[in-house]
Write a new protein. Structure first.
Length: 278
């Protein structure tokens, strides 16, 4: 196992345990504070919504904490350490059995992206399969292609497997390859794509736009990932974001969720690459 893979596993466990502990979630939090984190792809947009909510609700604090992933956010909500967990997947049956609520609030394009120096504007699914399978390791100009992986259980990896049997097989092969960078969180992945020459990896339209990432999103079989192409269905691969809460949420948490789904909240989400849901 490479150092990158070992660090990915250690980091994931460490981040979740740290956030579930008292260090970042102390017991003496003001009553009018909404604590939010989870999947990194949703944080940039939620941060902007939180800023608008603070202006509308003086005296209320919305704490947007660093990403701990979808599962980490859900676990923190179930443990009572978080008011809203942001998730890029629906709740699992065993999670539902513990009584949380989930509210699907927006979709965004699930995209393939490259370092800005890569001389590409688009790709195809056939080429993506070749990249993950390890059969394509250089770009057209001969420069090295550096694949950025996500952990096997990450929502990006799961989304890739669901595209097709060929993609699922290629992804399984990629997880066994040595020497590849494994990015634990969405922010880690975006940063790895930004700093690694020749990089190729997955991210979301919302992540790139909301955090002003210096990476190039590729069109897929000629279709650009935009809010319009997501809305009209011409761009086929998307992620849906959920707000996960306990059954008995605080009144201020309920008000924040209503704000996210209000015309003002939806307008903010739309500006940063998200398609709000009814």
């Amino acid at each position: 196992m490479t150092r990158a893979r070992r660090m990915a596993g250690v980091s994931a466990a460490w981040i979740v345990s740290l956030f579930l502990g008292a260090t970042l979630f102390p017991g003496t939090v003001r009553a009018e504070t909404v604590r939010i984190t989870g999947t990194g792809g949703a944080i940039g947009g939620m941060r902007l919504v939180a800023e608008a909510f603070r202006r509308a609700e003086p005296g209320v604090d919305v704490a947007i904490l660093p990403s701990i992933g979808s599962t980490g956010g859900i676990r923190a909500v179930l443990a009572g350490k978080l008011d809203i967990g942001l998730s890029a997947r629906p709740l699992l049956p065993e999670e539902m059995a513990q009584g949380p609520r989930q509210t699907a609030y927006a979709r965004t394009a699930f995209v393939f992206a490259v370092h800005p120096d890569v001389k590409r504007s688009g790709t195809t699914l056939a080429e993506v399969v070749e990249i993950y399978a390890g059969r394509k390791t250089t770009w057209d100009d001969g420069t090295a292609l550096r694949l950025i992986l996500r952990p096997a259980a990450d929502t990006d990896t799961i989304a890739l497997r669901m595209i097709s049997p060929e993609m699922a097989s290629a992804v399984e092969r990629s997880q066994k390859r040595e020497g590849l960078i494994v990015a634990t969180t969405d922010q880690d992945s975006a940063e790895a794509i930004e700093r690694t020459r020749g990089s190729f990896g997955t991210t979301t339209l919302a992540m790139v736009v909301s955090e002003k990432r210096r990476i190039r999103m590729l069109s897929l079989s000629g279709v650009k990932p935009t809010t319009k192409s997501v809305r009209d269905g011409t761009y086929p691969y998307t992620k849906t974001f959920y707000m996960v809460t306990r059954q008995a949420s605080s009144p201020i948490t309920a008000r924040f969720i209503r704000f996210v789904r209000s015309p003002e909240g939806k307008a903010i989400l739309t500006r940063v690459g998200l398609v709000p849901l009814p």
